[in-house]
Structures are given as C-alpha cells and as structure tokens.
Design a binder for this molecule. Structure first.
Ligand code: ATP
Length: 308
C-alpha cells in the first residue's frame, strides 16, 4: 500500500530524511515517532507528493510519486501539523468549500460533508463558526476535511499535538475507528505512549534516521522474552526468594521492600511450578503476577545505543 525505498531529502548540509524505507500494508496504522525536527514532516510530505526527494523511491498503492503524483493525491489524505481555518465561515461551509476543491458537487456534496462531520463526532458544531472552535474541535474538523475524498491512505502529522488529555483520547478513538475502516495510516507524534495502543506498527526516527521499525506485537514479544514476576508471600520472604532462585526456569531473583522480583530465563512460557513449589513448602502467596510490559520502555530498550 505504501512503500518508501531509501527516501532521502537534504537541505544544504542537513539530511532531513536519510534513506527512509517503510513498507505498509492495507489496514496498517504506523506510529511515526520522533522528537521535533527529526524528519517526520519531511518524510510525510514526500509520500504526499508535496516535496521532491533528492534520492529514493516511493510507491502508494503501486503508483510512483515521480510518475503518478496526481493519482497519489487522490488516494492520499494529508493532514498537516498546522492548517489555517478561515474566518467568517461555518463548519459546514468550510467543509463544503474543500469538498468543491475535490470536485464533489451537487447534492452529494452536502451529504459527504455531513457524513464526515458525523464520523469525527462534530455534527453538533455544523453551524458554528470555524474560528470559534477549540483546538481539539479544530483538529477534528481538519480530519473531516482530510477524509472528504475518501482517501485510502491517511498521513496525519501530529494530530494530537497541543490537545488536552480528553481531546487526545478522542483523537485516539478516531484513529482506531479509521484503522477499523481498513485505511492505511501514518500518524506522527513525538510521544510514543500516545500512539502505542492504536498502532499496529511503530517506527522511531531521529535526526533523519530510522532507528527502529517493528510490529507492536513483535516489540511486545521481544519485551516479554525475559518475563518478570512480582511475588509476595505472607512471611519469610527471604527464604521464599532463595527457594525460587533454585528453580530451573529462574534466571535471577531480587527483593525490594516486601516484593520478590523473579526474572525468568528467556523463552520460558510455563512457570506454574514456581507457585506450586512455594505452596508445597508452606508459603502463603498473596501476590503472584507478571509485571505489565510497558511498550515505551521496551522500545527504548530496543533502540538503546542506536541514537548516537
Ligand atoms: N524548507 C526547509 N529548509 C531547510 N531546512 C528544513 C526545511 N524544512 C525542514 N527543515 C529541517 O529539516 C529537519 C526535519 O524537519 P521536519 O519538519 O521534517 O521534522 P519533524 O520531525 O516533522 O519535526 P516537528 O515535530 O517539529 O514537526 C529539521 O532540522 C528542519 O529544521
């Protein structure tokens, strides 16, 4: 659906995007994570055919950005990080104006605009003036505008930036809804946890270089290669810890306040013997659980040492 091959853009001596290769299938939601100035916008603008690369290739739905830019623009909905809204226009007029630029005319136009407003949960503001909307509402109208021509591919540049926590949650819900509609989405952010739970894939970019690119499920799997258990027993914690340490599946054991932390050997799936051995030795277990895998920590671990 989207394939970039060594896509590169230079500004003088600065390499804003350095040989970026990404391959996405239909329905993939790709979280493009990187700090300010890392090259996210540059890469997205090249895919959207708004910026010419210096090197590399990019295909959208099999069409090359060099030979079929106009077709790609029909297939792609690009939402920039900043977009102007116009004074003296209601929400519905604003959308109808952009619908006309996509040559959506006649009775269809109003219908399409109303549908998109509903999709972004903004029907209640259809007659409000666009310059009187909150930042979160403006972002949602921007998204509705991006969806007007029903693009198969969405490139969303920091759609959640500057929003309060509630509005961020709303944007995430919307992204999930769009993913369920089988659109292929690249959504950028400088904060990983913001996107982790809505993405199927996550890529990290820094100073124009792609540091990591993986399926979220695989990142989680790698993070789980050494499972960490949190165990608490009613008394004799130290004895319980040394008993656990002697078990085959255990790599090491440490203690912090009243909790025993047990790291299992990589690849261990069944560790039920640990609770059995505690029970058989008379310990009363009050907690026995896997530590929750945190995607952000996992990703930082995976990219450690690459960010020189
Ligand atoms: N037209 C331009 N001329 C010169 N340098 C540019 C130009 N556009 C971008 N850059 C530089 O290229 C680098 C990448 O910028 P880009 O906007 O792609 O980053 P970004 O990851 O989208 O950042 P942000 O999160 O701040 O939007 C930055 O160092 C930026 O200053």
């Amino acid at each position: 659906m989207i394939e970039t091959i060594k896509l590169t853009k230079r500004y003088g001596d600065l390499i804003a995007a350095n040989e970026i290769s990404i391959k996405l299938d239909q329905g993939d939601v790709f979280g493009f994570i990187g700090p300010n100035g890392s090259g996210k916008t540059t890469t997205m603008r090249m895919i959207a055919t708004l910026l010419n690369p210096d090197y590399g290739e990019c295909y959208v739905c099999g069409k090359s950005i060099y030979t079929n830019p106009e077709e790609i623009r029909r297939l792609v909905g690009y939402m920039p990080d900043f977009f102007g809204v116009y004074d003296d226009m209601t929400v519905i007029e604003y959308l109808e104006f952009f619908a006309s630029t996509y040559r959506i005319n006649g009775p269809d136009r109003r219908k399409v605009c109303e549908e998109k407003l509903e999709l972004v949960d903004m029907s209640f503001k259809r007659d409000a003036m666009v310059n009187q909307l909150s930042r979160g509402q403006t972002q949602r109208i921007g998204l509705a505008r991006t969806l007007l021509h029903d693009p198969q591919v969405l490139l969303l540049d920091e759609p959640a930036s500057g929003l309060d926590p509630r509005a961020r949650i709303e944007i995430r819900k919307l992204l999930r809804r769009l993913g369920e509609m089988n659109k292929t989405i690249i959504v950028s952010s400088h904060i990983l946890p913001e996107l982790a739970d809505v993405c199927t894939r996550v890529g990290i970019i820094e100073k124009g270089n792609m540091l990591a690119d993986d399926y979220v499920a695989d990142v989680m799997k790698k993070a789980r290669e050494a499972i960490l258990l949190e165990v608490r027993v009613t008394e004799n914690q130290e004895k319980a810890a040394s008993l656990l340490e002697q078990q085959d599946v255990v790599r090491n054991v440490s203690m912090r306040s009243d909790t025993i932390y047990v790291t299992l050997k990589p690849g261990t799936e069944d560790y039920s013997e640990l609770s059995t051995v505690l029970f058989e030795n008379g310990f009363r277990i009050i907690q026995f659980r896997e530590e929750e895998v945190n995607l952000e920590t996992a990703f930082m671990e995976l990219t450690k040492g690459l960010q020189q």
